[in-house]
Design a protein around this ligand. Structure first.
Ligand code: ADP
Ligand code: MG
Length: 327
């Protein structure tokens, strides 16, 4: 491990460096980095939540648009968001790195610094991982674990006809930033920040779970229509959405004023990492104020269709589908 002479070199040098950066004791861990397995103490009456994400250069990120520190933050944030989407508390994270020879160690260290900075905000411990070379692109594999009181996780299957549909924060910002980057333009700093360092909604998720306020929930990674669609098909229901109710940031609204087609980015653009959830309570937005900004965007209906209504009552047809890696 990191205690030998090679502490500054190679795979074990890097692992030793990672171990040094990961300071602070984690009460839930009996053993962290350094052995064959991490040991996590389990509390009675708690469920363990586990989620994994792969991040591949050129597919999930482009280093021209995202610096390595922010990439580290985002890599952690999108995983933390999966724990938020169940209503849980994140605890341990595991990081697999496949490093191409062309990626220097300073870049990897900047990535890890960003990763650990994001984890620190949520009191998450880097409990292990794997480090190897990659013959192609930079590859990152991240696994996160969290806990929740047994039986209280908010799954995708519980939406009921008549439930209100809510979304947190604003939507479309990240997709608009991506579109501008792809067009060779520099997005407004707010939009770029929404794309590069999304905010996992851990506190909102926990509040909804602890108080049993939501019947179904997920985080928006592939676009609100596609992601809400996952809740609807899992719950065997449909939805009616109100287009004018979609929460849009001021920079997004400015862009929309010049190009009304951008509304499709709010419906089908991914990577907002906001929470979408259903609830029998139709006044929840007020109840959650001022700590959490959520808006009601529609209702759950019988059937299986999603209908998007415009201000005049006519149906809006989104021209874009959500993101699908194999499409
Ligand atoms: P093994 O041979 O069992 O895979 P390693 O030598 O790869 O063990 O790893 C030694 C220790 O360092 C393990 O505790 C492992 O979890 C940790 N580790 C390896 N790579 C990383 C990484 N990228 N981030 C965090 N911990 C890591
Ligand atoms: Mg290993």
């Amino acid at each position: 491990m990191s205690t030998n002479k090679s502490a500054n070199r190679g795979e074990f040098g890097l692992i030793g460096w990672i171990q040094q950066q990961q300071n602070g004791d984690a009460t839930h861990l009996a053993l962290g980095i350094g052995d064959d397995c991490a040991i996590q103490q389990q509390l009675a009456q708690q469920d363990l939540l586990t989620s994994t994400d792969l991040l591949i250069e050129g597919v999930h990120f482009n280093r021209n648009w995202t610096n390595m520190f922010d990439l580290g933050r985002k890599a952690a944030a999108v995983n933390i968001s999966d724990i938020a989407a169940m209503g849980g508390t994140p605890q341990s994270i595991f990081l697999g790195i496949g490093k191409p020879k062309t990626t220097n160690s300073e870049d990897i260290k900047a990535f890890i610094s960003g990763f650990l900075a994001e984890c620190k905000q949520f009191e998450i411990t880097l409990a292990g991982g794997d480090t190897c070379s990659s013959n192609t692109e930079l590859m990152l594999s991240i696994t996160i674990q969290g806990t929740i009181d047994s039986g209280t996780a908010i799954c995708r299957t519980g939406a009921q006809v008549g439930d209100a549909i809510y979304v947190s924060g604003t939507i479309g910002d990240s997709a608009l930033a991506l579109q501008l980057f792809q067009q060779g333009q520099l997005p407004d700093p707010y939009l770029a920040q929404r794309f590069n360092t999304p905010t996992p909604r851990i506190e909102l998720g926990k509040k909804l779970a602890v108080n049993k306020l939501a019947t179904a929930m997920l985080d928006v990674s592939d676009g609100i229509l596609a992601d809400l669609g996952h809740i609807l098909s899992a719950s065997k229901v449909g939805a009616k959405l109100e287009l004018p109710a979609l929460p849009l940031s001021t920079p997004f609204q400015h862009a929309l004023a010049n190009n009304k087609d951008l509304i499709d980015l709010a419906l089908a653009g991914g990577e907002d990492y906001e929470l979408v959830f259903t609830s029998p309570l139709h006044n929840l937005a007020d109840q959650l104020q001022p700590d959490h900004k959520v808006v009601m965007i529609g209702t759950v209906t019988a059937g299986s269709d999603t209908i998007v209504r415009q201000a005049d009552g006519s149906i809006y047809h989104c021209q874009q589908g959500g993101f699908d890696h194999f499409a």
